[in-house]
Design a protein around this ligand. Structure first.
Ligand SMILES: NC(=O)c1ccc[n+]([C@@H]2O[C@H](COP(=O)([O-])OP(=O)(O)OC[C@H]3O[C@@H](n4cnc5c(N)ncnc54)[C@H](OP(=O)(O)O)[C@@H]3O)[C@@H](O)[C@H]2O)c1
Length: 318
């Protein structure tokens, strides 16, 4: 594998921090752009990994950074938001600026993070609609060699799925009301997502492909929440919220600081997040199961799990 100079946007987040350290360990020179370096003091930089303050919406600034770059990875995404303008900005304007700046500087290779069910024709969820718009935009930009990734929900140390439900279950009464309990997911391990990026980086045959990333099994949301309760040692009973109440929950919780659940989340959850053409086996990756990984970072009586829980809390607070 040839060492490359890689620029990563959104590399300080959950997936990014796993990916960029792996890329640096493999010998690549990795520059992680961040809007707020002061928020990432715990980020482990090194000789091959640097953190650079930049405004990802400033195309001129991106051009300057891309001048010394072989490949760009865009991981920027927002989920818990309301209103079209923020989604448009992060999922469409930003990829447009990335694509434009790459063309101006002659950088062609782009790995772009999208999501399962992202679709420009989606009528309700703005997350899925704008993710689809951004994905199409980069694939349709002439001169770019784009591979995009469409994962189901991603799990691993510091994820915001199992960690969030674990935190809620720890505070919850014995009955836990759950919106969209019947929605189905095939959770994919962050280490497998990282491996998919690593394996496609050098493989120009993957240009133009949109790779669906799923774990080995699918579950309903209810099954995943009940499983989380068992792992953290709670005997909670999950009850499905009727649809009208689930929508109301989205409206109300979306008004709280941090927007723990929004109406847009509710619309996204109405669609099962399952792969029709799973890419991991084709890439030679055997996906890890939820059961083999989650207890390591969420288990009730396990010192490594307590450490990961501490890191997840610190990340949510920053
Ligand atoms: N996690 C999942 O289960 C999942 C599932 C499917 C798809 N995805 C996609 O995978 C990608 C990475 O997910 P993640 O869970 O790692 O996300 P994350 O932890 O929230 O990190 C995203 C990073 O993007 C940057 N960012 C956040 N909001 C931004 C904004 N409005 N404008 C510009 N930059 C912004 C932040 O970097 P700075 O603050 O340093 O600038 C942040 O570290 C996203 O595109 C997401 O949609 C994730």
């Amino acid at each position: 594998m040839k060492a490359q100079r890689i620029c990563v946007l959104g590399g300080t987040g959950f997936v990014g921090s796993h990916l960029v350290h792996r890329l640096a360990d493999l010998g690549h020179s990795v520059t992680v752009l961040t809007r707020r370096p002061e928020r990432h003091r715990e980020f482990r930089v090194g000789t091959r990994l640097r953190l650079l303050a930049a405004d990802p919406y400033d195309c001129r600034e991106l051009q300057q950074v891309f001048a010394d770059t072989d490949c760009v990875i865009n991981l920027v995404g927002i989920l818990n938001e309301q209103g079209n303008s923020r989604f448009q900005k992060a999922h469409v304007e930003l990829p447009r600026c990335v694509a434009k700046s790459m063309r101006e500087t002659g950088v062609s290779r782009l790995l772009h993070m999208s999501a399962l069910n992202a679709n420009v024709n989606e009528s309700r969820s703005l997350y899925l609609k704008t993710k689809g718009e951004g994905e199409d935009l980069v694939h349709n930009t002439p001169g770019l060699e784009v591979t995009s990734f469409r994962p189901s929900v991603i799990f691993g140390p510091e994820d915001s799925f199992f960690n969030r439900f674990a935190a809620l279950l720890r505070m919850a009464p014995p009955l836990f009301p759950l919106a969209c309990a019947g929605s189905r997911f095939a959770p994919v391990y962050v280490g497998d997502v990282v491996e998919a990026f690593v394996r496609t980086l050098d493989d120009r045959r993957s240009a133009g492909q949109r790779l669906e990333l799923c774990g080995p099994r699918d579950y309903t949301l209810r099954q995943l929440v009940e499983y989380t309760a068992r792992v953290i040692g709670r005997s909670t009973r999950v009850i499905e919220l009727p649809d009208a109440l689930a929508r109301l929950q989205g409206r109300l919780l979306g008004l709280l600081p941090g927007k723990p659940f929004t109406l847009d989340n509710y619309y996204s959850l109405k669609k099962d997040s399952l792969c029709s053409d799973p890419a991991l086996p084709r890439l030679g990756i055997t996906p890890h199961s939820v059961e083999s990984i989650v207890p390591v970072y969420l288990g009730a009586n396990n010192s490594r799990a307590r450490y990961y829980a501490y890191r997840a809390r610190a990340r949510r607070a920053s």
